[in-house]
Ligand binder design. Structure first.
Ligand code: ASP
Length: 364
């Protein structure tokens, strides 16, 4: 082998080694000199966020005593913080969503689980759904009567069955097979919801006596009889988003009526590349206008922000046709938007970039 070439080669290797050492040293120095950048970057990667709702409707300050308002705010705070605590411990967005919704399902103040509204037949039929934005897996239950936590069962449907939606008896059979205790429908009874049912029936009777058919009579019911519902959307430290919704549906609904809440794409949707949405409002409109998926499609295909997409669908699409309600939206950067076209919406949010926010009325 030619020694000159060897020397040259060695020189090149030495030079390369030298430059590598210098570069490494500089880089090392840089990282020592700017430790904040690295930390900031890590923090940015680990943004966590959650938003919840407890229904939208004729929610005006004049209808609240200070004590009632305080109680609602406290429960919303408790729910959003329960979900946030899961994320803060490094938990998954799906777990944060169910933790927050469980708090609301357990409270008689919200139309989901205990506190669910009555059907026309004076029973309770509950709907719920959940979606994982990481892989678009989803689970839903519709018209269940003996399930204490419909959102937990929706999750079991997603994780332990080959189906997306189970309804009524079949959903309950599946629940029992999964070890879920079936409860008496009466555990969902509350005096205030019963009063609402009686009022709704009287109002519909009146509308019928004016020759309105069932549809028109129901249409004539004030918005507070058609809304309620709880939901959550969350972003975990791995950048995965999820959405879930749980409801008793509409006061005085027909036996067997299913709303938008268990319908993936209408009341619930999550996809990491676009957004996570949970809806509340007049379900028939939310189903026909595929609200949750439409918002995420605008984000995905039209490059809109979640705020633009949500406002368009809630105010420009639904409002003109009488579709009342609202949504909570979250993207994988932790942006949150909470648009609604009713007088108020029970809502709360918290993220690693912003403190707990709790609101009920429009201007908050
Ligand atoms: N969207 C629910 C339903 O139509 C009701 C609500 O959100 O208030 O069943």
């Amino acid at each position: 082998m030619d020694p000159c070439i060897k020397i040259d080669k060695n020189n090149i290797i030495m030079k390369n080694l030298l430059s590598f050492t210098i570069v490494a040293a500089v880089l090392g120095l840089c990282s020592v000199a700017t430790p904040l950048n690295a930390k900031e970057h890590a923090k940015e990667q680990a943004t966590i966020a959650i938003a919840i709702h407890g229904g939208a409707g004729t929610i005006e300050k004049s209808n609240f005593t200070p004590a009632k308002e305080k109680a609602y705010r406290a429960k919303l705070k408790e729910a959003v913080e329960a979900g946030y605590a899961v994320l803060d411990k490094g938990g998954e967005s799906l777990d944060a969503v169910t933790a927050a919704i469980n708090v609301l399902e357990n409270s008689p103040m919200f139309n989901a689980g205990k506190g669910a509204v009555y059907t026309h037949d004076e029973t309770h039929q509950l709907d719920a759904s959940i979606m994982d934005g990481k892989n678009r897996q989803a689970g839903a239950v519709a018209g269940v009567e003996r399930i204490e936590s419909p959102i937990n069962l929706a999750r079991l449907v997603m994780e332990k069955s080959v189906h997306v939606m189970l309804s009524g008896e079949g959903a309950e059979q599946f629940a029992a097979a999964q070890g879920v205790t079936l409860v008496d429908n009466k555990i969902f009874d509350t005096p205030h919801r019963y009063k609402s049912l009686k009022k709704a029936k009287a109002k519909m009777q009146l509308a019928k006596s004016l020759n309105k058919n069932y549809q028109a009579a129901h249409q004539a019911l004030p918005v507070e009889y058609k809304v309620g519902t709880v939901g959550a959307v969350a972003l975990d430290k791995n950048g995965n988003i999820a959405a879930g919704t749980s409801t008793g549906g509409m006061t005085n609904k027909r036996f067997g009526r299913i709303g938008d809440s268990p319908v993936i794409g209408a009341g619930t949707f999550a996809e990491n590349e676009s957004c996570a949405v949970s809806a509340t409002g007049h379900g028939e409109y939310f189903i026909r206008y595929n609200v949750a998926a439409d918002i995420c499609a605008r984000v995905k295909y039209q490059g809109k922000t979640i705020e633009q997409a949500g406002n368009e669908v809630i105010h420009d699409v639904l409002m003109p046709i009488g579709g009342t309600g609202g949504v909570i939206i979250l993207d994988n950067k932790g942006n949150i938007s909470l648009p609604f076209n009713t007088k108020g919406m029970y809502r709360a949010s918290k993220s690693s970039n912003s403190p707990t926010y709790v609101a009920i009325f429009k201007q908050e």
